[in-house]
Design a binder for this molecule. Structure first.
Ligand code: NAD
Ligand code: UDX
Length: 469
């Protein structure tokens, strides 16, 4: 198999950036160039003071070690394609907003444009690696496009190598992955290309963790993994509704269930609902795939995972309104956390956005605090969530603050929407002292000890626990 010496990555986002930075760190003999046509993003990756475009614990350290040595960030996409023997395609694949499959199917426009660019520019053979999450059989379409447009003497081998990193722990996940999955055609050429990529990963990942399969299994496994992870959360959240109605405690139920080694304890934490750029998008993608294959029962099964998540968010907002004497009009509410989970500045599909939109619809006054999310991002998300309301009107009722104490001053209720570590260390006595009374606290992340807070004087509502305000 070909020994790879130059790698190019198309897309310098949450996946391409950290993934290929780690490849560069672990493979000093390989030149890695990460390209994007978003100039601002590339400038940030290249910023002298390491003001990187995404926040991810440990990432800065990786970039400091490898940047300028064998890791480069550039907007010169063509040059990087020309040089490379192996190209990762890590471009975005959002849910389609219009046309066939709108609201469900993946928008493969960026993948197709990237593929056509590779075909147009290449003057030598390439291994093209599909890193983006795509519907089953996308590799086949990529191959058709590449072969129909290739120059004489250029051959393209396509691999599928989905990424399983989670945001907030990306570097840890990349350093020690549970597995690396590589799909290829089961032809001698396909297997040889696969071997070349195995050798890249084997610089730091043991062979027994590198799992090689057929192309379509690889593509489907990525959707399946996300669907099954999200399904666990929706299952536990469905049970949290029963707990709230009965007086059972979801923490105890989830521990009891998770102690069964067949189920396992991870990913059973009830919450205000899962967010992030992947779960909903990938499940809807699976739903669309099932429908296209005329498997409506399968489609309905997976769709319910997303519906349960929407229900969980709706249920939480309703509980806030119900508890605050059935009206929050004009009331002040602090929302702690805006990111979709701790340790990331990413807000895509964050439950906080839906909650705040619901509170705005009730004309509450909202103060927000998040330790990492940029202010401009919050305004953009709130505008997108309420497209018919002018931003100036949104800004009349929403303030963005810079600390927990600033956010909670004079408020009637505090909502915990993200499980930031900082929130575990809050001085609740100080918060209570400056709130309107009765002081309400809604924990959407099972973060606080409700008994301790009740002793201070708070009225506390926790996901998955009955009302013992
Ligand atoms: P992102 O939007 O952060 O980054 C994608 C980048 O690709 C953008 O900066 C865009 O400008 C760039 N791009 C688009 N077309 C390009 C082209 N032709 N040439 C160069 N750059 C181009 O997206 P992301 O979160 O990194 O996700 C990328 C893919 O990885 C998606 O398919 C996603 O489903 C998948 N994925 C994401 C995660 C995650 O945690 N975010 C995890 C696993 C898989
Ligand atoms: C997910 C997958 O975990 C990862 O393997 C894949 O590559 C991309 O999608 P990510 O979305 O970054 O990663 O984060 P994840 O840790 O999976 O959390 C997703 C959402 O589920 C978050 O909003 C999180 O708060 C929520 N969650 C997670 C729960 O509500 N309960 C849990 O027990 C776990």
């Amino acid at each position: 198999p070909l020994k790879v010496t130059k790698i190019c990555c198309l897309g310098a986002g949450y996946v391409g950036g950290p993934t290929c930075a780690v490849v560069a760190l672990k493979c000093p003999h390989i030149k890695v160039t990460i390209v994007d046509f978003n100039q601002a993003r590339i400038d940030a990756w290249n910023s002298p003071d390491y003001n990187l475009p995404i926040y991810e614990p440990g990432l800065e350290d990786v970039v400091r070690q490898a940047r300028g040595r064998n890791l480069f960030f550039s907007t010169n996409v063509d040059q990087a394609i020309l040089e490379a023997e192996l190209i990762f395609v890590s471009v975005n694949t959002p849910t389609k907003k219009s046309g066939v499959g709108a609201g469900f199917a993946a928008d493969l426009n960026y993948v197709e444009l990237a593929t056509r660019q590779i075909a147009r520019v290449s003057t030598s053979s390439k291994i093209v690696v599909e890193k983006s999450t795509v519907p089953c059989r996308t590799a086949e379409s990529m191959r058709t496009i590449l072969e129909a447009n290739s120059k004489p003497g250029c051959r393209f081998d396509i691999l599928s190598n989905p990424e399983f990193l989670a945001e907030g722990t990306a570097i840890q996940d990349l350093f020690a992955p549970d597995r690396v999955l590589i799909g290829s055609l089961q032809t001698p050429e396909g297997k040889s290309a696969c071997e070349s990529l195995v050798e890249v990963y084997n610089n730091w990942v043991p062979k027994q963790k590198i799992f090689t399969v057929g192309l379509w299994s690889s593509e489907l496994s990525k959707l399946a993994a996300n669907a099954m992870l999200a399904q666990r959360i929706s299952s536990i959240n469905a049970l949290s509704a029963i707990c709230e109605a009965t007086g059972a405690n979801i923490d105890e139920v989830s521990n009891a269930v998770g102690m069964d080694s067949r189920v396992g304890p991870k990913f059973l934490r009830a919450s205000v609902g899962f967010g992030g750029s992947c779960f909903q998008k990938d499940i809807l993608n699976l739903v669309y795939l099932s429908e296209s294959l005329h498997l409506p029962e399968v489609a309905a099964y997976w769709r319910q995972v997303v519906e349960m998540n929407d229900y969980q968010k709706r249920r939480f907002s309703k509980r806030v309104v119900d508890t605050l004497f059935n009206t929050i009009t004009g009331k002040r509410i602090a929302v702690l956390g805006f990111a979709f989970k701790a340790d990331t500045g990413d807000t895509r599909e964050s439950a906080a956005i839906t909650l705040i939109r619901d509170f705005q619809a009730e004309r509450a006054r909202i103060s927000i605090y998040d330790p990492k999310v940029e202010e401009s991002q919050i305004w953009q998300d709130l505008q997108e969530a309420s497209p018919t309301v002018p931003l100036v009107d949104i800004q009349k009722n929403v303030t963005i603050t810079h600390s927990v104490l600033e956010a909670t001053r004079d408020v009637e209720a505090v909502i915990i929407a993200t499980e930031w570590r900082e929130f575990k260390l809050i001085d609740w006595h100080a918060v209570y002292a400056q709130m309107s009374k009765p002081a309400f606290l809604f924990d959407g992340r099972l973060l606080v000890n409700p008994d301790e807070l009740r002793q201070i004087g708070f009225r506390v509502s926790v996901i998955g626990r009955g009302e013992t305000l």
